[in-house]
Design a protein around this ligand. Structure first.
Ligand code: ATP
Length: 254
């Protein structure tokens, strides 16, 4: 087993180059205090599902991404909720997406400590975010969740009609939905509670899905509202999850 201290140590022609590069990123983020130890475990679970997907954005995921773009463009107050894994892997991609959507960025951490909040805020600001919510002393709260996960910034998740929550846990996704919000999630596990609960689930690695989503938003932004509404109406999340699962199961037969 190769012992990679940084991504330069991974040979470019290594068959698992992209995957190993992401591992280096999450380990570095853990060492820098951005990611909690359990974030490394969540990443490993994601890797296993991505392996079954062939580490590619499938046509099924592309359909979910198109729908997500339509729903986010129709939103009055779109918010991107950022956790440690997202900050570790795609900070500048999140900032780009927020810019094209005119969306707020809000930090929400499962294992919240003041140091980790500061570290995530710094990563996002270094990536170009002008405003980062979720750091305030006295936030609002989402009903049905224990603190600190219930934290919701007044101008962010609390007010949002659509929340993009990459890598969410099932409880928060359910609480956001029962508080009347639409939830778009990115989760490689089509069987997770989050995947089943969300309005739209993109079964893909967030490192591929977020830039793809940004391009899709740029493509669809010229379309009129009724076309976007048609795209949103014609999407069946449960069917899309079944289709992703079928793709994964197909990988077992060669
Ligand atoms: P739930 O509570 O929704 O049933 P869970 O208990 O699996 O989900 P977590 O333990 O928070 O939730 O796991 C995080 C999820 O994120 C896992 O399903 C994992 O497959 C997924 N995941 C990890 N890394 C990525 C990634 N880079 N892109 C997309 N999804 C990922």
């Amino acid at each position: 087993m190769m012992n990679s201290k940084n991504s330069q140590d991974i040979p470019l022609d290594h068959p698992r180059y992209e995957s190993l590069k992401l591992r280096v990123k999450v380990v570095d983020a853990y060492k820098a205090g951005i990611l909690a130890d359990s974030g490394l475990i969540a990443h490993g679970r994601g890797e296993a599902f991505d392996y079954l997907l062939g580490e590619e954005t499938s046509p099924v995921a592309k359909k979910a991404i198109e729908t997500a773009a339509a729903i986010l463009l129709l939103a009055e107050h779109p918010v991107i909720s950022v956790n440690g894994n997202t900050a570790a892997l795609v900070p500048s991609e999140v900032v780009d997406l927020a810019r094209v959507l005119d969306a707020k960025i809000e930090i929400n951490l499962f294992y919240r400590t003041p140091d980790r909040v500061r570290a995530v805020e710094e990563v996002l600001k270094d990536a170009g975010a002008r405003e980062v919510l979720g750091t305030e002393e006295n936030p609002e709260h989402i009903r049905g969740l224990e603190s600190p996960r219930s934290r919701a910034s007044r101008e962010g998740v609390y007010k949002a009609d659509v929340v993009l929550v990459p890598l969410e846990d099932g409880d928060r996704a359910e609480a956001l939905i029962s508080n009347g919000k639409k939830v778009v999630t990115i989760d490689l596990n089509p069987l997770s509670r989050t995947a089943k609960t969300a309005t739209v689930t993109i079964v893909d690695n967030l490192v591929r899905a977020i830039p793809y989503l940004t391009r899709e938003v740029e493509k669809l932004r010229r379309m009129d509202k009724s076309t976007l509404q048609d795209i949103a109406r014609n999407f069946d999340n449960q069917q899309n999850l079944q289709d992703s699962l079928k793709l994964m199961l197909g990988s077992f037969s060669g």
